[in-house]
Design a protein around this ligand. Sequence first.
Ligand SMILES: NC(=O)C1=CN([C@@H]2O[C@H](COP(=O)(O)OP(=O)(O)OC[C@H]3O[C@@H](n4cnc5c(N)ncnc54)[C@H](O)[C@@H]3O)[C@@H](O)[C@H]2O)C=CC1
Ligand SMILES: CC(=O)C(=O)O
Ligand SMILES: [Mg+2]
Length: 370
Amino acid sequence: MKVGVPKEIKTHEYRVGLTPGAVREYAAAGHNVLVETNAGAGIGATDDVYRKAGATILPSSREVYASSDMIVKVKEPQPSEWVQLRENQILFTYLHLAPDPDQAKGLMKSGCTAIAYETVTDAHGGLPLLAPMSEVAGRLAIEATGAALKRYAGGRGLLIGGVPGVQPARIVVIGGGVVGTHAARMAAGLGADVTVMDRSIHRLRKLDELFEGRVRTRFSTIDAVEEEVFSADAVIGAVLVAGATAPKLVSRNMLSSMRKGSVMVDVAIDQGGCFETSRPTTHADPTYEVDGVIHYCVANMPGAVPLTSSQALNNATLPFGLALANRGFSAVLECPHLRSGLNVYRGRLTYRAVAESLGLPFSPIDQAAA
Ligand SMILES: NC(=O)C1=CN([C@@H]2O[C@H](COP(=O)(O)OP(=O)(O)OC[C@H]3O[C@@H](n4cnc5c(N)ncnc54)[C@H](O)[C@@H]3O)[C@@H](O)[C@H]2O)C=CC1
Ligand SMILES: CC(=O)C(=O)O
Ligand SMILES: [Mg+2]
């Protein structure tokens, strides 16, 4: 199969769909990998490094889209990319369609077969292609918190861990999955006073065992969220209902009872965000203020550390990408985990939570592919 890797064009997105190491694996399996010139610049991988790994370098994304049977990316295609996708072409990347009707319609119109990393499943009930970037984003969320809490950035002027004799920051993490666990680990490691909230008692039990008393856990009800948020110096939004728009757990009204200069980091922003006042921001201008509360809502946080992130992402995507390259659409029909990844097929939405969030018709894959 011809596998295309365009350069990412989202603002400050430095990751790349296939690292040179992954290209070597595809080439060894007999595939022809077409890489846009400079696609690996953000991770310091030159065109020559890609050539040595077995890739053919093409001068622009136009040639890559025109010549490839499958496109492997990181971020959702931008409008200039929707129009280059076509029927029978496989798109393998993050999509986050639920809060993005234009993207969904763009992909439907293209006729392509779009598999979203974030809804591919594994045998343990996890999301193996979301997990590595959630690990990165969870850890970065605490770095973002530390930066935003600084006085010159508009924050309260608190050091996350305090110092002996002075209390640390109170950090509340809503959602105790992968992002939440990694945020809690970083925050506790810095000496913060950390509470993780979740609707899953199973997750709370796991976290209680994992952190051995260094992190408090709390079942997430409306009352409990209110109480925790009002006394927090920072709130991390880390909830997910796979494929669907994130539930809004912190309302605009609640902000007026929060401390001025406190910080809200909405990692769930790529699914629309779990705070009513969240709107997507970029690494170029990551924060804004509402009612004296600093908001950080960058939708591609791992793009800031592309060396770590591209490697971690490729480790996870490689077996699925190779299955797609080896068997084409049959891999989707045969593998239940890739099947869960299918969001758009020949103009139809094939993921129920996405269709419901967008208020558009849902077509089960068997019906869409019949
Ligand atoms: N902004 C960025 O750059 C990135 C954003 N993300 C996003 O972060 C979010 C979280 O991802 P993961 O941690 O991997 O998901 P996950 O599925 O591992 O964890 C989500 C947790 O939220 C909990 N939850 C669901 N509804 C809840 C509610 N109403 N109240 C409290 N808890 C609730 C679930 O029980 C689960 O434990 C996703 O939207 C993901 O796309 C992930 C990576 C990068
Ligand atoms: C998960 C995601 O949206 C990202 O890594 O940018
Ligand atoms: Mg994102």
